[in-house]
Design a protein around this ligand. Structure first.
Ligand code: GDP
Length: 314
């Protein structure tokens, strides 16, 4: 344990979940690192299938694993697809963490989420807030699965001395996001809705909830950069939050997205939709002490995300 700095160069690196937004950003960021990148399509190996995962790991024996595969979605998906969210995320985490251990991976990074922290955790949220209070009900199944993954990483580290680490990204956005109208996260949802309203010449766009919850948003390529940095420079059992350390109300955020997209009509709020947790701002002191800070500002990042949306979906 605690083999720092950890050398990535020349290693076989498995990015689990490479077709997702986070996995995509990781594979882009790994290009200049001179690694042998390993990825696998769902049609070849379903990560929920333990035998298939075990066979693949036994054959490829990746030296480094980024566990970025997960069933993810916004408040609508988390709240409705509760069974899928707990089952898929539990089984993907257990299959990959165990296979990495059995097949001698030198290092593994498990990506959690800011929603693992209690709904009413003191803000900004420090890593030691984990398991100190009740979770936010809308995403409890997802959070419980992620907490199980975190605890598995800690347990393998403790029992077997595995160099496995846990990082907790805040709300993410960027290229490769999912723009599903009901199931996406707020950034993708609003980019799409404001764009469609602009194109249609609509005079009103509806934003879910009261507009008062506060959220922190991290550009996904910044997250990938932090993950490479931490893989090289961090080895301990404690979680590391990854965020910007700044948050914004959903109402103000909607105005930022509208301005970037060029929508000038009215913004209204649908109070019948859930707000979710009132605030989840990460304390990023530990990350800063480890030598990393986010560099993409919100407006600039939203512009990049909008350009990606236009490329990918229009
Ligand atoms: P959360 O951070 O887990 O709650 O994830 P989301 O990104 O889905 O939602 C963040 C906040 O944005 C919540 O308060 C939502 O109610 C609010 N929100 C406003 N409009 C939308 C929308 O169209 N889609 C989603 N997913 N959230 C929205």
């Amino acid at each position: 344990m605690a083999r720092n700095p950890f050398e990535l160069k020349g290693k076989t690196v498995f990015v689990a979940g490479h077709t997702g937004m986070v996995g995509g950003a990781l594979t882009r960021r790994l290009q200049p690192e001179d690694v042998e990148l390993l990825t696998v399509k769902r049609s070849e190996v379903d990560l929920r299938d333990q035998s298939a995962v075990n066979r693949w790991f036994a054959e490829k024996r990746p030296q480094v694993v980024y566990l970025a595969a997960a069933k993810v979605g916004g408040i609508g998906a988390n709240n409705r697809l509760r069974g899928e969210f707990i089952y898929d995320n539990l089984i993907i985490a257990t299959n990959i963490i165990h296979a990495a251990h059995v097949n001698g991976a030198e290092k593994l990074m498990f990506l959690g989420s800011s929603c693992i922290y209690p709904k009413l955790a003191p803000q900004p949220i420090r890593e030691d807030a984990l398991l100190t209070g009740e979770l936010e009900p809308t995403n409890e199944p997802y959070a419980i699965a992620k907490i199980a993954g975190i605890k598995m990483v800690e347990a393998y580290r403790s029992q077997y001395g595995s160099d496995f680490i846990n990082v907790m990204p805040t709300n993410l956005y960027g290229a490769g996001d999912n723009y599903h109208p009901e199931y996406s996260h707020v950034v993708a949802a609003l980019i799409r809705r404001f764009h469609e309203a602009k194109v249609a010449g609509a005079s009103e766009v509806v934003v879910w909830g009261t507009g008062t919850p506060r959220r922190e948003f991290l550009y996904v390529d910044d997250l990938a950069d932090a993950c490479i940095h931490l893989m090289k420079n961090y080895s301990s059992h404690e979680l590391v939050n990854i965020g910007t350390g700044e948050d914004i109300t959903i109402a103000d955020f909607a105005r930022v997205v509208a301005a970037v997209v060029g929508y000038t009509g009215k913004i209204s709020f649908d109070r019948s939709k859930p707000d979710g947790t009132p605030r989840k701002l990460m304390d990023v002191d530990r990350l800063a002490k480890l030598g990393w800070r986010a560099c993409t500002k919100l407006e600039g990042g939203i512009l990049l995300a909008y350009q990606a949306f236009l490329r990918e979906h229009v």
